[in-house]
Design a protein around this ligand. Structure first.
Ligand SMILES: [Zn+2]
Length: 180
């Protein structure tokens, strides 16, 4: 028996005429295989029909986008904080190194050279800091103002203290040199 012919009718969307319906009906009565196909196909069709009406809950897309944005913002903020820490440590190391080097120098020529070196170091670290600040500002949202303020005030304080300390020590050395 050729089932293919009936299977095509069962699975196709085309409307059957009366004669075709009769033929199919007769075949289904005598063929369990095609009956099973018919029953299965009806279930699949009804499942597909109901699936059309299963739409995401309202605001799903917005929520997903917000989630993605939060994830991205968090990654950026983490990166910015890491970058700030690295820059801060580098800045302090450079400043301390230059300060120590500067304190160990007594000749006026050396002081001038070292002052230039300190200025260069400060400018370099300031530039690095500015880059990090821009990055941090971009990644900071209104939900993190406290962290942001703490960072800015913290770095500003460290910078100011080290700078004032350097100037103060330079003044002390300058007075000593004049007395000698
Ligand atoms: Zn059949």
């Amino acid at each position: 028996m050729n089932h293919q012919f009936y299977e095509d009718w069962i699975l196709s969307d085309q409307k059957l005429n009366m004669a075709e319906k009769k033929l199919l009906s007769e075949h289904l009565d005598s063929c369990e295989q095609c009956q099973n196909l018919k029953t299965g196909w009806v279930k699949v069709e009804s499942a597909l029909q109901s699936a059309k009406y299963v739409t995401p809950a309202p605001g799903f897309v917005t929520r997903f986008q917000t989630f993605q944005q939060t994830q991205t913002a968090f990654a950026h903020r983490k990166q910015a904080i890491q970058s700030l820490i690295v820059t801060g440590v580098s800045m302090i190391t450079i400043l301390v190194a230059f300060t120590i080097w500067f304190f160990l120098s007594y000749s006026p020529a050396n002081i001038i050279v070292n002052l230039v070196a300190i200025a260069t170091g400060v400018i370099r670290t300031a530039t690095l800091f500015k880059t990090d600040l821009v990055l941090f500002l971009r990644s900071s949202s209104a939900s993190f103002p406290f962290l942001f303020i703490v960072n800015i005030v913290g770095w500003a304080a460290i910078f100011l203290i080290l700078w004032l300390l350097t100037i103060w020590r330079f003044t002390q050395h300058g007075v000593k040199n004049n007395e000698n």
